[in-house]
Write a protein that binds this ligand. Sequence first.
Ligand SMILES: C[C@@H](c1c[nH]c2ccccc12)[C@H](N)C(=O)O
Length: 401
Amino acid sequence: GKFGDYGGQYVPEALMPAIEELNDAYERYVLGNEDGFMDEFRRRLRDFGGRPTPTQHAERLSERYGREVYLKREDLLHGGAHKLNNALGQVLLAKYMGKERIVAETGAGQHGTATAMAAAHLDMPCEVYMGERDINRQRPNVFRMRLNGSEVNPVTVGRGTLKEAISETMRDWATNVEDTHYVIGSVVGPHPFPAMVRDFQSVISEEARAQMREKTDGLPDSVLACAGGGSNTMGAFAEFVDDDGVGLYAVEAGGSSLDVDEEAGVAPNSASLSTGSEGVLHGARTKLLQDRDGQIMESHSVSSGLDYAGVGPELAHLVDEGRVTAVNVDDDAALTAFHRLSQLEGVIPALETAHAFAYLEENHDELGETVLVNVSGRGDKDLESVIEETSKRDIDIAPDM
Ligand SMILES: C[C@@H](c1c[nH]c2ccccc12)[C@H](N)C(=O)O
């Protein structure tokens, strides 16, 4: 479960039985398709999720940048984001393992809502741990989880954000592993989680690779995806990693600045790949925003889904190997890109996704003739905060709202 010197299983001994049971199930059902698990996963993703999602030619962006731009429309997946691919796979796996209860963490609420939908669809009781602070700023997602029949457990320890929610969920899982599976929300955590989540999300690049060959008679010169924990990033890259001619760009949240306030332990960004250092978080060795004592710093992004001080260990490894280029754009550029895509293509992207489009705007002439951008989610959930953030800043192309 290592990706170079990243990854591994840095967990308390008490968690190892649960980890070993999960790894056995991962190898049998996901890698081995035992009992037709992957066939059922794909059938449900089609019938319940609405796959395959389109790879759409973006005519207005292609004109603007003088090259062929294509959009992988994960915003059209049920629930409005790529999150369902992983949530459905893990909840279905929990059923095959004979578990009776699901626990999950969430920060922005997207993973929580995707898990609640999958749990309702598969008739599994579900509890989502969510930081108190996040509950207050993501009310619509809290309602969605409850509407789908899940319980939302407030996490009040520490800062009351995603980092603590993950730790609380792991604690619950270790205590109740007999009947409980932990549906983790990104390509993070101890092995086998990063590999398993990447495998569930790889449907994105599996479809996109075939769709690009069909539409363009070849492969894209570059693939762009925003990077928070890294699940949509790894999903968009997985099937292209062995294609040397395809450039892979992970676009992180540059927040308001890349400078870090070591004393306050606050990083005004979430650019773990670009500015972080090696450390252990949530069971894996990876790249982190940490202070000189190794304390995990508070991260920031205008988009809550990218707001995480760590990043997936496999993605960190691919960056260190030079196979993936880690880049970042700041809050203003992301907000501007949010408006630009909405106006030019009639697609309102998630604020997370907008980071990839901001990088495209600033660097299109280095990306080759054919560019594929992963539209990881839709922006309906962001309207309130975008209206507020836009009014506070000088976003010249924004309409009066
Ligand atoms: C990106 C996603 C997320 C959920 N769980 C995560 C774990 C590590 C990194 C990111 C995540 C988001 N914060 C959410 O709550 O949906």
